[in-house]
Design a protein around this ligand. Structure first.
Ligand SMILES: NC(=O)c1ccc[n+]([C@@H]2O[C@H](COP(=O)([O-])OP(=O)(O)OC[C@H]3O[C@@H](n4cnc5c(N)ncnc54)[C@H](O)[C@@H]3O)[C@@H](O)[C@H]2O)c1
Length: 388
């Protein structure tokens, strides 16, 4: 079996995913950082294959994936000899272009033809390439969920939907036309798995929409620390957490509407896990180019313990940001294929709860990742996706 993968957003996370996958294929590294690598899964990650890639950065469109990853990672990690030669295709800008052109030169198909026509063009390419799994890895964008299918169609036709929403819709169209199940894995904060209108479309085609926003770095750690404190009935006085990074994702977050999207997905852990809304400040806070992809995270949590005394926890860490998410992507592609084969459709909370910062469906709780991990293992064993 081959799991055919398409990627929207040929940035650093996509580069790490592709290089890591092809290094695993040639056996030149161990799968550390791939959560389920120690289990025997129904679908092996070695079956994942990169078939198509899309971007709107005019410096990347038309170039081969091999050239882009070589440029960004040749001084960072060993590159495998086999890398996809696929050319990066032009994507869509839609309503999420604001501010992006100040960071790099951009161009989208929807500037040349009507938005719906551009979306259908991409849907046709997904069909032609027989894509099984689509990753959304574009820059964080401002976006609001749809209230109804009519509103979705209206905003899409007028080019007012976000790019991620348009890509998800193109994926839906591709599976609707062919009857082929296609998974859309949303690793950015745009509410897609948290948008019932979108989830219903995927359920209609027996396909899967996973999301939203990959949980890496500080957020899952904060969730587990909060669970530890909540289990001991300690009263949290405040939580502050900030991130400073130097990759283009952090640069894009210097645009205020984009930063707000991250804050939304990161902050939902507090009330969900504690059961009350402790004062908190949790958001990506700054961009310093020289710090590069290994971001700096600092966290301070203060709480009241027995006899009313005050304890405090301070965490400082440096984390390689993009490879953390790329390791999760290796699991998510094969998991979605296995889930769809077993009839799971719409979205899948059990998987989202572990891998995503803001797990869909809408109003689903964020829980400690340690708990989500064991619940997911049980679920995957019941479905015989993990073989015992
Ligand atoms: N640990 C992590 O790195 C992490 C964790 C969670 C979520 N994310 C999210 O993953 C995404 C990718 O992160 P990255 O570090 O690779 O960022 P990046 O800036 O390196 O890459 C983003 C790419 O998307 C492209 N892009 C922007 N708008 C597009 C559009 N409309 N269509 C197609 N391509 C478009 C950009 O040109 C760029 O090549 C970001 O949204 C980020 O917030 C990352």
């Amino acid at each position: 079996m081959v799991v055919k993968v398409s990627i929207f957003g040929m940035g650093l996370v996509a580069s790490h995913y592709i290089v890591g996958l092809y290094r695993l294929k040639e056996g030149s590294m161990k799968p550390y950082g791939v959560p389920l690598a120690k289990y025997d899964l129904a679908v092996d990650f070695l079956e994942e294959e990169i078939v198509s890639v899309y971007d709107v950065d005019t410096r990347k469109v038309g170039k081969s994936v091999r050239d882009i990853v070589t440029e960004s990672l040749k001084d960072v990690i060993p590159l495998p000899s086999s890398l996809p030669e696929t050319e990066v295709r032009k994507g869509l800008l839609m309503g999420s272009a604001a501010g992006l052109d100040k960071l790099f030169p951009v161009s989208g198909r929807d500037q040349e033809i009507e938005p719906m026509e551009a979306i259908e063009e991409i849907a046709n390419e997904l069909k032609k390439d027989s894509i099984d799994v689509v990753f959304n890895l574009i820059s964080t964008e401002p976006a609001e969920p749809f209230r109804s299918e009519e509103e979705l169609l209206k905003r899409i036709k007028e080019g007012k939907a976000s790019a991620a929403q348009a890509y998800a819709y193109a994926t839906y169209l591709a599976s609707k036309d062919t009857g082929k199940q296609i998974a859309f894995i949303n690793l950015i904060p745009t509410p897609l798995a948290n948008d019932p209108v979108m989830v219903n479309l995927f359920a209609e085609t027996n396909s899967l929409l996973l999301g939203d926003d990959g949980a890496t770095g500080a957020t899952p750690l904060t969730a587990d620390l909060l669970e530890h404190l909540a289990e001991r009935n300690r009263l949290i006085r405040f939580i502050v957490q900030f991130n400073i990074g130097g990759n283009t994702d952090f640069l894009a977050l210097t645009i205020p509407e984009r930063n707000l999207m991250k804050e939304k997905t990161k902050s939902s852990i507090v009330e969900d896990i504690l059961g009350y809304d402790a004062p908190h400040y949790i958001r990506p806070t700054g961009y310093v180019e020289a710090i590069g992809d290994r971001k700096f995270v600092a966290m301070d949590i203060e709480w009241i313990t027995f006899n009313g005394l005050v304890d405090e926890l301070i965490v400082n860490m440096r984390i390689n940001d993009s490879p953390a998410l790329a390791g999760l992507a290796v699991d998510l592609a094969r998991l979605s294929k296995a889930l769809m084969e077993r009839g799971v459709k719409g979205t899948c909370y059990e998987v989202n709860a572990f891998y995503m910062k803001n797990p869909g469906p809408k109003n689903a709780k964020n829980e400690a990742r340690i708990k989500a991990y064991y619940d997911m293992l049980k679920y995957l064993k019941e479905l015989k996706i993990i073989k015992e």
